[in-house]
Ligand binder design. Sequence first.
Ligand SMILES: [Zn+2]
Length: 277
Amino acid sequence: MPELPEVESLRRILVRTAVGRRIASARIGEKELRRRKTADFAAAVRDRRIESISRRAKYLIIGFDGPDALLIHLGMSGSLTHRRDGFSAEMLDPRHDHVAFELDDGTRLVFNDPRRFGIVRLVARDQLADLTELRTLGPEPLSRDFDAEYLAQKARGKKLAIKNLLMDQRIVAGIGNIYASEILFRAGVRPTRRSGRVRRDEIERIVAATPEILRAAISSRGTTFRSYLDSRGEPGRFASRLRVYGREGEPCYTCSTPIRNVVVGQRASFYCPTCQK
Ligand SMILES: [Zn+2]
């Protein structure tokens, strides 16, 4: 499932390739997305210029030169690709193209989602902050609001495993299973530790590790296991730099102890029993 680094990588490429383009026409697919009906907004976005592409947590927000914006979430398996002549991505089955925008330079911006857990929603720009999806989100992990004082306060007294605290979008936005695992490895803290029992120096290490991991992942354009592709239809390259995630039984790069996998909150959680206390 795409997390902050994948969405941010996508955004950075689209800012260069799609901002300034006008939408010539839009086509909405026949099959509905699961989480929210994609109303037929084709008429509303015709002739609109794409003015900005921003991100909040795992949401991409495409701002138009009018009162509207498009809120996009990739869900489990979504991709937003910017296709020009010669574009080919074999894993993108055209039957799962849910929304396709023809742009004024002859390129196409296509939202494809085989499992249909994604969201594509036309919203009023001045109401973005009040949307159910965005209203409850915690601070961005790459912002100054996410500091040790803040995390220590959120962790205080909680029995919840520290990994689940990091994955709770109301606590900090945009981190999922892959990056929570990697952040905790770098910080030397086991994913199963009760949040309330994590010491202050450990909280500080977690907060310091967070931007290091996320920025490294963004510069590798994210992690692809199965479905994630960037806007050019290319996979992210961070998978080869993961230290624990997906490496059960393989030797830790630091100490050679086999990496373990425990289930925390119904999610696989990878850690090194020697490096993480
Ligand atoms: Zn180790």
